[in-house]
Design a protein around this ligand. Structure first.
Ligand code: ZN
Length: 138
């Protein structure tokens, strides 16, 4: 894996969180995006080589809504950038990690994503993400 690509933070109020994080990081949100299939609205801020992804649920049954019901606002996942997500998913499966999806899904910010179950990653939800079009074997 190359680097931490972004840190995902679950928020109950995206507009308020955007205002707060723009002040905190002293940089404007450069992109907002709704992922209808995941029932989530996202906003991205760049911080050096890494990003912060703010996530607000758009439906009561979304994963972000359930997270906030249980734990409140907070760090939801850590995303690592990979070059070949298929190969990385296979490698992790071989190592005994439990993946939450069998095939990469289309995520926010023009990425293919896959999640690793927190129970096999010491309580942290891990996201693998590959920028679409960067895998030379595609
Ligand atoms: Zn993410």
């Amino acid at each position: 894996m190359n680097k931490i690509e972004h840190i995902g933070i679950a928020v109950s109020n995206l507009e308020a969180a955007i205002n707060n994080y723009e002040k905190l990081l002293n940089t404007p949100v450069y992109k907002t995006e709704e992922i209808v299939s995941e029932s989530v609205k996202t906003a991205f801020l760049q911080c050096g080589p890494n990003k912060v992804e703010l996530l607000e649920a758009t439906a009561a049954d979304s994963a972000i809504a359930k997270f906030i019901d249980k734990k409140g606002d907070g760090i939801h996942h850590i995303a690592f950038e990979v070059v070949d997500i298929i190969a990385e998913m296979q490698r992790l499966k071989n190592e005994g990690f439990v993946l939450l999806n069998d095939a990469p899904k289309l995520g926010a910010d023009n990425k293919l994503v896959c999640f690793v179950h927190p129970k096999t990653a010491n309580g942290v939800l891990i996201e693998l993400c590959q920028s679409i079009g960067t895998n030379p074997s595609e």
